[in-house]
Structures are given as structure tokens and as C-alpha cells.
Design a protein around this ligand. Structure first.
Ligand code: ACO
Length: 430
């Protein structure tokens, strides 16, 4: 059915075309609105704004659906596709055949090292430097060592750059951790698979290889995979915003890391652990925590709950909840934080405030607990999220650059400042 929309402003009526997506979502096309009426739209936080057409990820937040290139997220649980396979699906649109996957894996392996001169950059940071600051800075610095990124002339140079950065982000992440601990930097080992190689760089010593348990490797692979893309979230929109000026892939992705750092986005898994630890130390009971979260004057939110798009259980959180049990059973750990998390979830899911506002656990609620069990320090959690989200950022950057008609992103505003007034020289100011 063809949809039609009209808008009447001060007696003048204009027709607005309606754009329809493949899953039936409808959007008003307002590209001619200002030209036809002189008005712009006002949508702080962009909750009602479609900034692009995209064929990468489909989300139905009301129903709790997430699909990468049409494939439901639940199918990425068991049997688990390798993170690099998922990355290829997300970036190139199709599940790779064996030869393509092996080529991509080979490119990733061959590109896992960092130019030796990049070590000096690490040495310039204080050992206490937040890993997210190091990550964004070092990804941006990569373009100094790989100037080919300024001109990705064909599919093969793009594929190399994509595989290269997916591989190097892991090395940068592990180096920043090792330096913060005063540990020797471990070189990547291309014989290991993606997640095992990362765990090796994090935890091996020059005299002793870290033994990677398959269950732990699987859990990490799942965490990365579940984060691989999430359509136009804050960091992805940032990557597209920067990319819209035709900034290079590495610069665009580095900006995504900065956006992801905030506690309302990729920093939330860290905030969840802080909150659970505070409850555990006895400073707050779960019931009190819920009361505070409902009290607008407290400034406190139940971290790991709520989502701009999901008004249902985040499908990724459901999968990770099951993974928690597997990882904890394997490691034989009993973590009181997990019990507190379960208690909070139970209380919140039957609390009228949370029900009415449709606040459910999001992916961050469980990912932090699993990463803590694996031995990943809390300040590395957003870094882990960045590694997982990288294929999505690359895919969105590619989609934007492949689209010939893409314009520079340049929103407008409603000005609320002073009306015109005169400059007052210093001596005459009050
Ligand atoms: N605890 C208590 N109340 C909440 C919470 C929460 N975690 N989240 C939302 N609310 C309330 C808000 O106060 C607001 O109440 P009101 O309607 O009375 O004003 C209502 O629910 C709607 O919330 P908004 O903040 O307007 O929703 P928005 O879509 O802007 O924000 C966000 C979504 C940022 C995720 C928010 O739910 C939040 O801050 N959650 C905690 C942080 C978090 O877990 N972030 C991770 C997000 S997922 C990710 O990045 C992977």
C-alpha cells in the first residue's frame, strides 16, 4: 500500500513522501520540508529521526528483535560463528565462503602487529592513562603508519584495511592493559584464533603461555559477536557523522571509540560492576538501589537497565545470561555480584515503575559480570565493547561511502540565544 502524509502549517499544506523499509517501518521524508515551508524539525536526541537508509542491522525494540543482515541474533549463540565470520557478514553483507573467510583470517593474522614505532606513543602515556583514551588515540595514530587508508581505492585495499584494523585494535587494547600493569608487551601469535590471540596478548608471559580454556574463548567470542552492530546508536552515528566529511576509516572509527566511552553508552558495563560492588560492600541494599533509581532527585539510575530502542528484554542480554552460567560453572567461581544482579533483575521486572517505563536489562547488565569472571579488569570493559562493535562501525562507514548521494551530516538548530546586540569595549563593561 502506498502511504501518504500531509502536513498543514498556518494554512499551507505540503505533501510528505513516506519511505518504507523492508520490514515495513515507515518514515516521513522531510528532505524538502525547509525548502517548502521554511521550517525545520526539532528532535533532541534524534529519537524520531532516521539519519540514513541501512541494510546492515534490523532492530524491533518493541518485540526485542535484533538481526544482522537478516539473521536473528539468537542464531549467533550455538553453534557459534567465529567473530571474524560475523565481521565479514556484517561488513560485506553475506556469510563468507570458506576461501573468503580464510583470506580474511590470513589478512587479520598478518596485520595483527603494530609498527614498532607505535610503542613510543604508548610510552608517552602515563601508566594510569584510561585504556579508552589510549585506544582512540592509537587508532587515530594508525593512519600515520598506514597512509594507504587515505585512499582505499578498491575492494581489496578496503578489505585489507578492515581486516587490519579489526586485528590491530586487539593488539592496542592488550598493550594498553600490559603497560598499565608494568608487564612486558606480548607480541600477537598468528597461529591462534582471534579471541585466543587476544587472551594470549593479555595474559601470557614471555616465559609462560596463557592456557586458553575453550569455554572462555567461546564466551569472549560471543560477547564480541553480540556487540558487532546495533544500527544507528550513539557511537555508530558518530562514526557516520565524522565519515560524512569523507574522513578516513581510522579517524572515523577512533571517533566512535570516544563516543562509546560515556557511561550512558559503552561505559555502562563498568558502571554496572561499580553499582553491584557497592551493593555487595553493604553500602546499599538491592531494594534501596531500586528506590533510588525511581527517585528523580537522587540522580541515580539502575545501570544496565533501559535502552533507547529496546522496550522489551534486550535479546543480547538473554543470551549472555545463559553464558554467565556456563562460564561460572567452567571456572568454578561463585560470584556474589551475579547473585545481586539476579536479585536486582527479579525486583525490577516486577516493579511498576520499571514495568510502566519498559525498562529491561540491557546487554551491559551481564557482559561486565562475564568479563570480570574471565579476568578482564573493569576499566577495559568499554575497550572490549569497542573491539566487538568495530565490524559495525566499519560496515556503516563502508555503506555510507558506497552510497554516492551521501551528504555531509550537518543538522540545524533552534537558536535560543541573545538577539542582535553591540560589542561593548572592556572599559565600558559593568
Ligand atoms: N534507571 C531508572 N530510571 C530509568 C533508567 C534506569 N536505568 N533508564 C531510564 N529511566 C527512566 C528515565 O528517568 C525516564 O523517566 P521519565 O519518563 O519519568 O523522565 C524514562 O525512564 C525514560 O528514560 P530516558 O532516559 O528518557 O530514555 P533514553 O532512551 O533517553 O535513555 C538510556 C536510554 C540512556 C540507556 C537510559 O535507559 C539509561 O541511562 N540507562 C542506564 C545506563 C545504561 O545501562 N546504558 C547502556 C545502554 S545500552 C548500550 O549502550 C549498549
Amino acid at each position: 500500500m502506498a502511504h501518504k502524509a500531509t502536513l498543514t502549517i498556518d494554512g499551507k499544506t505540503v505533501e510528505l513522501p513516506v519511505v518504507e523499509g523492508t520490514e515495513g517501518e515507515l518514515a516521513l521524508d522531510i528532505t524538502q520540508l525547509r525548502a517548502q515551508t521554511g521550517l525545520i524539525t526539532f528532535d533532541p536526541g534524534y529519537g524520531n529521526t532516521g539519519s540514513c537508509k541501512s541494510a546492515i542491522t534490523f532492530i524491533d525494540g518493541e518485540k526485542g528483535i535484533l538481526r544482522y543482515r537478516g539473521i536473528p541474533i539468537e542464531q549467533f549463540d550455538r553453534p557459534k560463528p567465529d567473530f571474524l565470520e560475523t565481521a565479514m557478514l556484517v561488513i560485506f553483507g553475506q556469510l563468507p565462503n570458506k576461501a573468503d573467510l580464510e583470506r580474511f583470517r590470513g589478512l587479520s593474522g598478518a596485520n595483527s602487529y603494530l609498527d614498532e614505532n607505535m610503542r613510543h606513543h604508548f610510552e608517552g602515556f602515563p601508566v594510569s592513562a584510561p585504556p579508552m583514551a589510549q585506544l582512540s588515540a592509537m587508532i587515530n595514530a594508525l593512519s600515520c603508519f598506514h597512509p594507504e587508508v587515505f585512499k582505499l581505492a578498491n575492494d581489496s585495499s578496503f578489505e585489507s584495511a578492515a581486516a587490519g584494523i579489526i586485528s590491530k585494535i586487539r593488539t592496542i587494547a592488550a598493550y594498553s592493559y600490559r603497560r598499565s600493569k608494568g608487564l612486558p608487551l606480548m607480541y600477537p601469535n598468528s597461529n591462534l584464533r582471534y579471541c585466543a590471540n587476544f587472551l594470549h596478548m593479555m595474559f601470557s608471559m614471555p616465559y609462560k603461555d596463557h592456557v586458553v580454556e575453550p569455554e572462555i574463548e567461546d564466551a569472549l567470542n560471543l560477547i564480541f559477536t553480540l556487540h558487532a552492530d546495533h544500527e544507528q546508536n550513539c557511537s555508530t552515528s558518530t562514526v557516520r557523522m565524522v565519515g560524512s566529511s569523507k574522513a578516513n576509516l581510522f579517524a572515523s572509527v577512533a571517533s566512535g571509540v570516544c563516543a562509546l566511552w560515556g557511561p550512558l553508552h559503552g561505559g555502562a558495563n563498568l558502571a554496572v560492576i561499580d553499582m553491584l560492588e557497592e551493593i555487595h560492600r553493604g553500602n546499599m541494599k538491592p531494594e534501596r538501589c531500586l528506590e533510588l533509581a525511581k527517585d528523580k532527585t537522587s540522580g541515580f539510575k539502575l545501570m544496565g537497565f533501559g535502552h533507547r530502542v529496546y522496550k522489551n528484554y534486550d535479546p543480547r542480554a538473554k543470551i549472555l545470561k545463559k553464558t554467565c552460567d556456563r562460564v561460572f560453572a567452567k571456572m568454578g567461581v561463585h560470584d556474589p555480584l551475579l547473585e545481586i544482579a539476579m536479585k536486582l533483575e527479579q525486583l525490577a521486572l516486577k516493579d511498576p515503575y520499571f514495568i510502566e517505563k519498559k525498562l529491561y536489562p540491557n546487554v551491559d547488565f551481564y557482559s561486565g559480570i562475564i568479563m570480570k569472571a574471565i579476568g578482564i579488569p573493569a576499566n577495559m570493559f568499554p575497550v572490549m565493547f569497542s573491539i566487538g562493535r568495530l565490524p559495525g562501525w566499519i560496515a556503516q562507514w563502508k555503506e555510507q561511502h558506497d552510497e554516492q548521494s551521501t551528504k555531509i551530516a550537518r543538522p540545524r538548530q533552534v537558536y535560543t540565544g541573545e538577539k542582535i546586540r553591540d560589542y561593548v569595549p572592556m572599559g565600558k563593561r559593568k
